[in-house]
Ligand binder design. Structure first.
Ligand code: SF4
Ligand code: SF4
Length: 161
């Protein structure tokens, strides 16, 4: 279980119903790791260039059609006849995009997008987590606002400021 009480139910909702599950942008370091340890994933991403070198990669793009997929190619859904259970399994668990790894960001994100990963918490615990998540998000927003005011709207400039 995650520190904030999140426990994935492996229901597959985020992989099938949320666009961000199978449409994402990966950065160079993420794709660099795939190049070393899971090169088959490189066939499913397309580089995005703003200059001579790619800055990001767009995924998942079908190598057969060149189009964005309409279902994640690494998702397997199963139904256990004996125990009458069903669920979902990610074939690239250790290499799934950070968008998948980091979902849901917090309980507010989960509640707003239909994730049941906090359902096992009591109502009181959910309220505590929701308050903490709200304060963290507000803090991040205010920090970003201050940075924009100080260094301008382009985050890549902040590094050199
Ligand atoms: S929707 Fe939530 S509980 Fe279901 S698979 Fe995704 S993260 Fe896990
Ligand atoms: S990569 Fe894995 S976790 Fe991400 S959408 Fe596909 S099956 Fe789900």
């Amino acid at each position: 279980m995650r520190e904030d009480g999140f426990l994935c139910k492996r229901c597959g909702h985020c992989c099938t119903e949320l666009d961000g599950g199978y449409h994402f942008t990966a950065d160079i370091s993420e794709v660099g790791l795939w190049a070393e340890e899971a090169p088959h994933l490189l066939d499913w991403v397309v580089p995005i260039h703003f200059g001579p070198e790619p800055e990001f990669y767009d995924g998942w793009i079908s190598p057969a059609t060149g189009e964005e997929v309409t279902r994640c190619p690494w998702l397997r859904c199963y139904k256990h006849q004996r125990y009458k259970t069903k669920g979902a399994h990610c074939l690239i668990q250790n290499y799934k995009p950070s968008a998948c790894k980091e979902y849901p960001r917090n309980i507010l994100h989960a509640l707003n997008t239909g994730c049941s990963g906090f359902d096992q918490l009591s109502e009181e615990a959910k309220q505590v987590e929701a308050r903490k998540a709200f304060i963290t998000e507000l803090h991040e927003l205010l920090t970003a606002k201050r940075l924009v005011e100080k260094y301008g709207p382009n985050p890549s400039d902040w590094i050199f400021a």
